[in-house]
Design a protein around this ligand. Sequence first.
Ligand code: F0G
Length: 403
Amino acid sequence: MYELRCIECRERYAPEEIIFTCKKCNGLLEVWMNLSEIEVKREELEKRMFGVWRYREFLPVGKKTKIITLQEGGTPLYKAENLSKELGVELYIKNEGANPTGSFKDRGMTLGVTKAIELKAKAVGCASTGNTSASLAAYAAKAGIKCFVLLPAGKIALGKLAQAILHGAVVIGIRGNFDVALKLIREASQKFNIYLLNSINPWRLEGQKTEAYEIIDQLVFEAPDRVVVPVGNCGNISAIWKGFKEFYEYGFINELPIMTGIQAEKASPVVKAFKEGKDKISPIEKPETIATAIRIGKPVNAPKALRAIRESRGYAESCTDEEIIEAQKLLARKEGIGVEPASATSIAGVIKLIDEGIIDKGERVVCITTGHALKDPEIVFSRYEKPIEIEPDIEALSSIITK
Ligand code: F0G
C-alpha cells in the first residue's frame, strides 16, 4: 500500500490523483510506503539483476503494471584509492553517469514514465537544465508517448541538448533561466494535460531513492558515514535520504549516513538558508555557474533538501567554478572517472569540508557523481589544455615526446 502525503500538513492523497502540491497548504508531496507490508529478504534481492527494479517491492507501482525500463541503475561504486590516500578519507564514487542516458535522472524516469502510462497520460513534459530532458526524451520514446521539453536557451550543455533532439522530444528553448522554464511548464502541464516529470513529481523521486538502496547493497548492507550530493532543484538529495531512511526502518541497516549537499557558489540558496538556520530559501534571481546542470536559483524541493540535511545532522557548502573544475580534473586524472562539472561539486565539496574540519579523517564518504563527462565536452575544450597539432614527421613528434 502506498499513497501521497503532504510533507507539511500530512494531508493524504490517493495514488490515482494527478497532483503535485497539497491542495490545503500548497506543501510538497511525498510518497508514503507501508513498509510493514513488504516481505523480502536480502538473499532474495541479491539473486535479482542489479538495478532500480531489484527493489521492486519498495517501489510504488501496481503489481500488474508494465514497467518502462532501459535497465537503469546498477551503477558502479568505485573505491577511489588514489584520492583516498591523498585526502585521508575512505572515498567512494557512486557513478551515476553510467546510467543509460548518462545521468541519475534515468532512475526517476523509469518510475515516472511508468506512472505516466499507468495514469493514462497522453504526453509528458519537463523544464530542464539538460539531463532531465535527455532522460525524459529517451523514456518517452521507449513508452511511445509525446514529449515536450523546455530548456533555458543557450545554457544547455551540448551533449544533453543533442540527446533530447536525438530521442525525438519537442525541444523548446526559453529566453530565461531554468526557474522561469519550470514555472512555464507547470502552467502548461495543467492547461494542456501534459504529465509533468520534474522532481516536483513525487513518483519520480521514488525511482531516485534507489541510489541509496544500491549504495547499501554495494557496501554489503552497511551505511557509509556520509553521502555527498550535488544540489540543484533539491530532488535528488531528498530522494536519497528517503531511500536510506526506508532501508533503516525496514531493518536492512542499523545506522544512517550524514547527508551533505553541495552547490555552486553563485547558485547556492540552500547553502545560504542552511548556514543562516532558516527553513525557507531566499531565491537567487540570476544564478550563474559553469556547472549549468545546477544553475538554479529557486529550487522547488528546497524544503525537502533542508529537512534531509538537518534530520541527518548533515551540512551544506558551496564551491567556486574554479574549485569545481579542479575537482573534475582530479577525479578524471587520479581515478579515471569522467564526470560533468555539476557532478564534480561533490568532490570539490569533500576537499573543502576536509579543510574546514567538517569531514573527519578516516570517514567513509560516498560522493554521488550525477552525470557523465561527455554531457558537456565544451567545458573541456574551454578550460583544459589544447590538443597539440604537428606535421606528420618523426622529428616534430620526437620534439614533443622528449620534451
Ligand atoms: N547533477 C546533475 C548532473 C544534474 O543534472 C542535476 C539536476 C543535479 C546534479 C541536481 O539534482 O536538481 O535533484 O538537486 N538537473 C536537473 C535537470 C535540474 O533539469 O536536468 P537536483
